[in-house]
Design a protein around this ligand. Structure first.
Ligand SMILES: [Zn+2]
Ligand SMILES: [Zn+2]
Length: 151
């Protein structure tokens, strides 16, 4: 797998919101759930989980969109690109939509989730597949394995 460059910047479709990552992802994922299909207007969403201290919005002011629930989905206020998510109760990382990055080398999903809801033809190169969300106890192992193959 190619490596993700840090630090690097990224942005929305129109460029009004720009962001910067200064830490490599903890893990990369693709989610096939129907919610992600709707919000991404595509077959699945892509995530790079960036440690919160390594993630910064450097231009523009993202707005809340999606379900407006406890998990906060952030969008560009102008082009309405879905840019990143702050999951409920997990302040220590930000789920960046991987294709926001200026250099998308190294964003291939390591894990795919909700294959139970995936479109029949949708396929990724993920190494691990889960029918729903991986059980919490699986994450430590997945994160360690991701770190090993990324180094
Ligand atoms: Zn925009
Ligand atoms: Zn999803």
């Amino acid at each position: 797998m190619s490596k993700l460059t840090v630090p690097q910047e990224g942005g929305c479709r129109c460029g009004q919101v720009r962001l910067k990552i200064s830490a490599p992802p903890i893990i990369t994922m693709a989610c096939h759930c129907t919610g992600c299909q709707k919000m991404s207007s595509s077959a699945f969403s892509l995530s790079a989980a960036i440690p919160a201290e390594g993630f910064e919005v450097i231009a523009g002011e993202p707005v809340i969109g999606g379900l407006h629930g406890a998990t906060r989905h952030y969008f560009c206020p102008h082009c309405l690109t879905w840019m990143f998510t702050r999951p409920e109760g997990m302040d220590w990382f930000v789920n960046l939509r991987s294709t926001m990055l200026d250099d998308t080398n190294g964003v291939a999903p390591f894990v795919e989730t909700f294959t139970s809801e995936k479109l029949p033809w949708a396929a990724t190169s993920a190494v691990h597949s889960y029918e729903a969300f991986p059980p919490m106890e699986a994450f430590a192992g997945l994160i360690q394995e991701f770190a090993e193959q990324a180094s």
